[in-house]
Design a protein around this ligand. Structure first.
Ligand SMILES: C[S@@+](CC[C@H](N)C(=O)[O-])C[C@H]1O[C@@H](n2cnc3c(N)ncnc32)[C@H](O)[C@@H]1O
Length: 217
């Protein structure tokens, strides 16, 4: 179990935090939280403002494959897989791997990249429809913090349960009051966000023994 940034090969993203804070209304948050077209491909104030494939996850998949020394035929699960970009990029890096994804968004699955919809399940992170110890690597990037605390905890237990080896998650967090304020200005969909030390305590409480990193805008 380690704090490690396995997303360090992603290109830097410019976020206009002040603009988001000035614009965002409770209605915008409610729209974003439906995780439908508005969140992925609608206006920026409702989410991504256009969630399109650009290959940025290939270096991340490479980094994870190297770090965890994944076998060519590894079984990999992405919890909160959206349109399957990371899944597709794992297949580029490890063509013999079995990739699976799960997400609550029917829209994201309809819009899946490169035929990944065939390997996606519609469902929620706190009830993973897979047997115990079925994946070599379970990844969940910026997804389980969208659940309220108890369900978020259950998601961590589920990730632990279905993994037989490695796990990596990222969640909304902060290390200073300044970062806390920026996060509050930025977040649209998150329900559970904590200072990093409280996340680490929570991981121990629920028995999550995987690796982790932070989304800090
Ligand atoms: C910020 S996006 C991250 C998508 C992708 N992991 C990435 O990093 O590009 C959050 C994702 O979590 C999904 N999501 C929200 N609640 C979820 C839940 N309860 N279970 C599984 N996925 C969920 C959303 O539909 C969305 O695809």
């Amino acid at each position: 179990m380690a704090e490690i940034n396995l997303l360090d090969r992603l290109p830097p993203v410019k976020r206009n935090v002040a603009q988001r804070a000035a614009d965002k209304t409770p209605e915008d948050r409610a729209i974003a939280k439906r995780f439908d077209r508005d969140f992925f491909d609608g206006e920026r104030r409702h989410g991504y403002g256009g969630y399109r494939y650009d290959g940025r996850w290939i270096p991340v998949a490479q980094r994870m494959a190297e770090h965890y020394q994944l076998a060519p035929d590894a079984k990999i699960l992405d919890v909160g897989c959206a349109k399957g970009f990371l899944m597709a990029d794992f297949k580029q890096v490890l063509p013999a791997a079995t990739v699976r994804g799960i997400d609550v968004s029917a829209y994201a699955r309809e819009q899946a990249h490169a035929g990944m919809n065939a390997f996606m399940d519609l469902g929620s992170a706190e009830r993973l429809p897979y047997p115990d110890h079925s994946f070599d690597l379970v990844v969940s990037i910026n997804s389980i913090h969208n659940l309220p605390l108890e369900q978020c905890k259950q998601s961590l237990r589920e990730i632990q349960r279905v993994s037989r080896a490695h796990k990596f998650i990222t969640v909304d967090a902060w290390r200073s009051e300044e970062e806390h304020q920026r996060l509050l200005q930025w977040i649209l969909t998150a329900e559970t966000y904590l200072p990093v030390d409280e996340w680490v305590s929570l991981f121990a409480e629920v028995g999550y023994a995987g690796d982790y990193w932070w989304f800090i805008p």
